[in-house]
Write a protein that binds this ligand. Structure first.
Ligand code: NDP
Ligand code: HSE
Length: 434
């Protein structure tokens, strides 16, 4: 009988939005988890900051002494505190003692993933982290396991629900960024301090994890070029709409091969215009979606809820079952795969495309002056649209792919031309063949 087997003893570190749901689901369906694991799964302690805030939990389970809980008689440590410390020290402590770990902590993995992997390798413990990117969406296991025999060339997606909610609302209502951010806060999407979301830190940490797994290369959050959405104006949204596009905050991880055949990778987070008929353009509200392009598998898309207590708990519980099964059968989960160690490109050396919207004087020679700036930087133009408005004209240029540094310099020089009254909007373009 499974119930008579030695239980898998779980220490839960943190019991907030996600942890509460993990406890609830484990409590609701203990037999199912036991059957799937091959042994009962038992939470033997829960570490929190303020035990009095947790009347839903039996008092004897609660502690503020996380380190003692980790050091005690437990087989599996589930970390749902978030941030770098004390999460990092606690997980290293667990792994060094041979205790397997499940975490949803993207900030920690993006910065100290290699250190955690090394500790897991040294002791033979497992480390699983499906919930750290795109909440409920099974994405990391496909990258780590299902696609381990393929060669991934690109991972591009919407990995932050808060910013996707804001951009979707700006697109549908025409409201400004600040009005929409306020509304997102009132509805509980944006946190009291929305910086990690709106300035792209959250998405950059996720991009680092995705790039590391996709390209078998260590990529940290500091390797990821990061631009948030606080500079995205209603004008940018209107400019995108005029070209039948939508603005999305994208995390984009690319394998880049130069003319000599040398490979490198790039990882970036920034707002970009994508065609309205692109599958990512239809991802609205707080949902996440990630596109993966692999050499043999072709294009794959992963879509679902990227945040929230229950959706994220689903991913955490999936990892707990995997680790617990490994413990029952003395198996091991996947280890770090960083054998490729490809160089990481700077943003300036990354190929991108720009959409530029300008207000210019409507007189002879202006278009050729603007065009010559592109020519000087060896940037090829894909689309030009001009519309006269009295003495001024609105000029829209969409480029072909060029190095980001060349595109940036071109825009800087165009802005200095006497005939250019205003650079209305500059945004990268994704999702089309160049
Ligand atoms: P919460 O802020 O809701 O909960 C954090 C928990 O950690 C609380 O129970 C808190 O205790 C406890 N805690 C904080 N500091 C300490 C400490 N020093 N020692 C022990 N316990 C501590 O976080 P979430 O549940 O939202 O997030 C948890 C993790 O999941 C994070 O890494 C987050 O990035 C990740 N994640 C979250 C998602 C979401 O939608 N919320 C989605 C995907 C991932 P107390 O309750 O007493 O305050
Ligand atoms: N703040 C994150 C988001 C939570 O908005 O997507 C999930 O990591």
């Amino acid at each position: 009988m499974i119930e008579d087997r030695e239980p898998i003893r779980v220490a839960l570190l943190g019991c907030g939005t996600v942890g509460t749901e993990v406890v609830r689901l484990l409590r609701d369906r203990p037999e199912e988890f036991a059957a799937r694991v091959g042994a009962p799964v038992r939470v033997t302690g829960v570490a929190v900051r303020r035990p009095h805030k947790h009347p839903e939990l039996p008092e004897e389970l609660l502690t503020t002494d996380s380190a003692s809980l980790v050091d005690g008689d437990v087989d599996l440590v589930v970390e749902l505190i978030g941030g770098i410390e004390p999460a990092r020290s606690l997980l290293l402590r667990a792994l060094r003692a041979g205790k397997s770990v499940v975490t949803a902590n993207k900030a920690l993995l993006a910065e100290y993933g290699s250190e955690l992997y090394a500790a897991a390798d040294a002791s033979g413990a497992d480390i699983y982290f499906e919930a750290s990117v795109a909440g409920a969406i099974p994405l990391l296991r496909p990258l780590r396991e299902s696609l381990a025999g393929d060669r991934i060339n690109r991972v591009m997606g919407i990995v932050n629900g808060t910013t996707n909610y804001i951009l979707s609302a700006m697109d549908s209502t025409g409201a400004s960024y600040s009005e929409t951010l306020e509304e997102a806060g009132q509805l509980g999407y944006a946190e009291a301090d929305p910086t990690a979301d709106v300035d792209g830190f959250d998405a950059a940490a996720k991009a680092a994890i995705l790039a590391s797994l996709a390209f078998h290369t260590r990529v940290t959050a500091t390797d990821v070029h990061r631009e948030g959405i606080s500079g995205t104006s209603a004008g940018d949204i209107t400019a995108a709409q005029a070209l039948d596009r939508r603005v999305k905050l994208l995390a984009i991880c690319d394998r880049v091969t130069d003319e000599e055949g040398n490979e490198s990778v790039s990882a970036r987070v920034h707002p970009a215009m994508i065609p309205r008929d692109h599958p990512l353009a239809g991802v609205g509200g707080a949902f996440n979606a990630v596109f993966v392009e692999a050499e043999s598998a072709g294009q794959l898309m992963f879509y679902g809820q990227g945040a929230g207590g229950a959706p994220t708990a689903s991913a955490v519980l999936g990892d707990m079952v995997a680790v617990a099964r490994n413990l029952v059968v003395s198996g091991k989960g996947p280890r770090e795969s960083a054998h490729a160690q490809l160089p990481v490109r700077s943003m300036g050396q990354t190929p991108t495309r720009y959409h530029i919207s300008l207000d210019v004087a409507d007189k002879p020679g202006v278009l050729s002056q603007v065009a010559s700036m592109f020519n000087e930087h060896d940037v090829s133009i894909s689309v030009v649209r001009q519309q006269g408005r009295g003495a001024e004209a609105s000029l829209v240029v969409v480029t072909h792919t060029a190095l980001d540094a060349a595109l940036k310099s071109t825009v800087e020089e165009i802005a200095r031309l006497d005939a250019v009254r205003e650079v209305v909007s500059v945004m990268r373009v994704e999702g089309e063949l160049s």
